[in-house]
Design a protein around this ligand. Structure first.
Ligand SMILES: CC(C)(COP(=O)(O)OP(=O)(O)OC[C@H]1O[C@@H](n2cnc3c(N)ncnc32)[C@H](O)[C@@H]1OP(=O)(O)O)[C@@H](O)C(=O)NCCC(=O)NCCS
Length: 175
């Protein structure tokens, strides 16, 4: 468990299943994240969820984002972890709309990046976000990510962003 000023990052558990199902079936979130809307029933979701918790992939880590008073408001993840290349892809979702634009996303990303660069051998983090998602780009920029390209995929246009360990270290010494 990692406690920051506004958020706590913690291991996922089965009690998160309903919130996650609600967010995976939220059309606005699906649109902002350029992912298809989940069409599974809750009981199927719950069974898949229990399996994922029991048999986690070695190339992926998913953490819940809670407020300091214990409200589950979203999730963050690092996945496609490559030990050989020393890199991973980062993802975040503040699923609860009431918590958008209040600094929770920025603090969760900063906390996750600090954890990854201080506790693992990962030396580069990258992500993609929709060109149209200005809030997400601003959030990642505030966390030290810089754009390095564009990607067109499945009719969507994405901005590609990255941060290297040495850039993060420089930011730590400046802070
Ligand atoms: C993207 C997301 C993680 C950002 O987290 P958040 O807590 O809402 O954002 P924060 O408050 O930490 O920071 C957002 C920043 O963007 C700014 N912003 C908000 N809307 C904006 C817009 N339309 N254009 C430009 N900047 C905008 C805010 O003012 C803030 O900057 P500031 O602190 O300098 O004022 C969160 O909103 C989210 O998960 N949204 C839903 C799903 C989503 O977008 N998924 C895609 C993730 S790749």
């Amino acid at each position: 468990m990692i406690v920051a000023n506004k958020v706590i990052l913690r291991e996922k558990n089965l009690a998160d299943a309903w919130d996650d199902y609600t967010w995976e079936t939220d059309p606005e979130l699906a649109q902002l994240d350029a992912v298809p809307l989940a069409t599974t029933t809750f009981s199927q979701h719950l069974s898949d969820y229990a399996n994922q918790l029991r048999y986690p992939l070695p190339t992926s880590r998913r953490l819940a984002i809670d407020t300091l008073d214990g409200k589950h408001i979203g999730n963050c993840t690092f996945y496609n972890i490559s030990e050989t290349r020393g890199e991973a892809e980062l993802g975040i979702m503040i699923g609860n709309h009431d918590y958008w634009n209040k600094g929770y996303g920025t603090e969760a990303v900063i906390t996750l990046v600090n954890h990854i660069f201080s506790q693992t051998n990962i030396r580069r983090l990258y992500l993609k976000t929709l060109e149209s998602n200005n809030r997400a780009q601003k959030c990642f920029q505030k966390c030290g990510f810089t754009p390095y390209g564009h990607l067109s995929k499945d009719g969507f246009s994405f901005v590609l962003m990255e941060i290297y360990y040495n850039q993060w270290q420089e930011q730590q010494t400046k802070a």
